[in-house]
Design a protein around this ligand. Structure first.
Ligand code: F6R
Length: 606
């Protein structure tokens, strides 16, 4: 996640670029920068930190000119720093980028071998080198970009500017968003329409695998082979606030819908299908030294850790414990060498998790952090860091951070299982193939929102909900209950389905909706028996089950079906309808979905 913007026309570019970046800052604010063409060369001004830092720098060191590009960064490869800020300039070429270049290590090695010198740790600079190399023989910038793109694998929205062809900006898209804004004798390029809405409402959305050449007067789109593409402009009728949310009513809904893309980004560069293995970004864990794994986390990250326990125990056969960070740190934990502590935190700043990490390190344990925010406190404190790359999560209720944490844990579990030799190559291959298919399966679920809207209306008036699951669906029941509580303020409890008889069954009557996680698997029959127990007491059952299950309808009042996948990965799919149910119930009640009462996104106090 980063924000990109480009301008070409007759006005001063810098104020327009900075104005656009202000609207894009929600996409990341680790650093910001511009490159503006003037008098035969482009000038790059960039710095670490929020846009305000760049604005202050530009006051001292202005960048005049009528053609330019700008960027606000959410760091993925390379820590937030001045050198890693975009734009990256190599020779006459300036580049900004949103996305991840999957084969960056290999390209960097090839370029270094042929004499390229790098001044940053980013994957983006590699693309600037590639274009700078191609421009020497290509007849124009568009061709150079096309040739460079042929070498790149991964997700991207690039904008490229050349000092030798300043009447042109060239942009390209694969997975990351890109839109062109059309003006009178001027044109804009941006990550989303918010950045340009103050200037124009006439836009063209660029599609996957397209390259676009933008001048003051014209916009020419081609595919990667150079075949022209025709697309009529659209007129945006949304308000600026709606546009920031990508047209969604709330950030939470936008983030629910972003999950297929977010999970694809978590997987980029980590799945090694050639060796049926996983790459952990250079993290190496010596399994002979790990006797036990202890997860520490809070809230939704704690629920993800509980799923992680199932994954690691099943695939790597290493004993795992899961601890609520605020409890762990105060109870004189028995921990030390031989323990691998996995600290899970979206923000990387949760105080209790951070203190748990300090405690574990003090006692000699090794710590791996799984986090979403590069260079945040917890990954910096840990011995190893593994990032989820979900992009900034703005809605207080965690959604895409959770599913990407589960994917990160699946990768860690496969990595460990291969090294403990409890996971065969065949099984690893099958799991990796399933992981790669998850984004499409997730897309199928999140696009089926209409059914959840109807169900939210049907059940949303209840005073309480019960969520039941077995095995790795139990943490999903807890997560479903937490999501509903925090945004709709309806009381909800998550329970292991088998525990119902030991108390909560007393709650059941015709007014209590019971959401039961019943995907196909070893617990299916037992869960169906639990459904029957609820129904026998007039409870209303909403079952989450697997596509193709024709039996479940006979045991439930309503059924939401999700695609099948490997048992260990099922939680990544079954949680999606629960997030959507909570969202639509809360929206129906008119609560402040993105900023529910009494909560904060980052809990940096005890
Ligand atoms: C719930 C939620 C919280 C966080 C918790 C930990 O939707 O977001 O429960 O999961 O505060 O935060 P991180 O993961 O940033 O440590």
């Amino acid at each position: 996640m980063c924000g990109i913007i480009g301008y070409i026309g007759g006005r001063q570019a810098t104020p327009l670029l900075v104005g656009g970046l202000r609207k894009l800052e929600y996409r990341g604010y680790d650093s910001a920068g511009v490159s503006v063409f003037n008098n035969g060369t482009s000038k790059v001004v960039r710095c670490r930190g929020k846009l305000a830092n760049l604005e202050a720098k530009l006051l001292e060191d202005p960048a005049p000119g009528t053609v330019g590009i700008g960027h606000t960064r959410w760091a993925t490869h390379g820590r937030p720093s001045d050198e890693n800020s975009h734009p990256h300039k190599v020779g006459p070429i300036s580049v900004i980028h949103n996305g991840i270049i999957e084969n960056h290590l290999q390209l960097r090695a090839e370029l270094a071998a042929s004499g390229s010198k790098f001044s940053s740790e980013t994957d983006t600079e590699i693309f600037a080198h590639l274009v700078a190399r191609e421009i020497k023989t290509a007849e124009n910038l568009t061709l150079a970009v096309r040739r460079a793109l042929a070498k790149v694998r991964g997700s991207y929205a690039f904008v490229v500017m050349s000092d030798h062809e300043p009447q042109t900006l060239v942009a390209a898209k694969n997975s990351s968003p890109l839109v062109i804004g059309l003006g009178e004798n001027e044109n804009f390029i941006a990550s989303d329409v918010t950045a340009i809405l103050a200037e124009t409402r006439k836009v063209i959305f660029i599609e996957e695998g397209e390259i676009v050449t933008v001048t003051r007067e014209a916009v020419a789109i081609t595919d990667l082979e150079g075949k022209p593409v025709t697309r009529a402009p659209k007129t945006i009728t949304w308000s600026a606030v709606q546009a920031e949310k990508g047209g969604f009513k709330h950030f939470m809904l936008k983030e629910i819908h972003e999950q297929p893309r977010a999970v694809a980004d978590t997987l980029v560069g980590r799945v090694d299908l050639e060796h049926d293995d996983v790459l952990l970004d250079g993290v190496t864990l010596d399994v002979t030294k790990i006797k036990r794994i202890v997860f520490v986390a809070c809230g939704t990250s704690y629920h993800a850790s509980m799923v992680g326990e199932f994954m690691i125990e099943a695939l790597a056969r290493i004993p795992v414990e899961v601890e609520i960070a605020s409890e762990f740190r105060y109870r004189d934990p028995i921990i030390g060498a031989g323990d691998l502590v996995i600290a899970v935190s979206q923000s990387g700043e949760t105080l209790d998790t951070m203190e748990a990490v300090r405690e574990a390190k003090k006692r000699g344990a090794q710590v791996l952090a799984i986090s979403n925010v590069l260079e945040s406190s917890i990954p910096r404190l840990a011995d190893h860091a593994f990032y989820t790359h979900a992009g900034p999560e703005i809605g207080v209720a965690s959604t895409k951070a959770f599913t990407t944490q589960l994917v990160a844990m699946a990768l860690v579990a496969i990595y460990l299982g291969k090294r403990t030799k409890t996971l065969s190559n065949e099984r690893a291959r099958a799991l990796l193939a399933e992981l790669v298919q998850l984004p499409q399966k997730m897309r199928d679920i999140v696009e089926g929102g209409a059914q959840l809207q109807v169900l939210a209306r049907r059940y949303g008036g209840a005073h309480g909900f019960l969520f039941l699951g077995r095995g790795s669906q139990y943490p999903i029941a807890l997560e479903g209950a937490l999501k509903l509580k925090e945004i709709s303020y309806i009381h909800a409890e998550g329970y292991p389905a088998g525990e119902m008889k030991h108390g909560p069954i007393a709650l059941i009557d015709e007014n209590l909706p019971v959401v039961v996680l019943a995907p196909r698997g070893p617990f299916y029959e037992k869960v169906v028996s639990n459904l029957a127990e609820v129904r026998a007491r007039q409870g209303k059952v909403l079952a989450i089950a697997t596509k193709g299950d024709n039996e479940i309808g006979g045991h439930a009042d309503d059924v939401v079906l999700v695609p099948d996948t490997a048992l260990e990965l099922q939680p990544i799919l079954t949680v999606l309808p629960l997030q959507m149910l909570s969202y639509y119930v809360a929206d129906g009640k008119g609560t402040d979905v993105d900023q529910p009462r009494n909560l904060a996104k980052s809990v940096t106090v005890e």
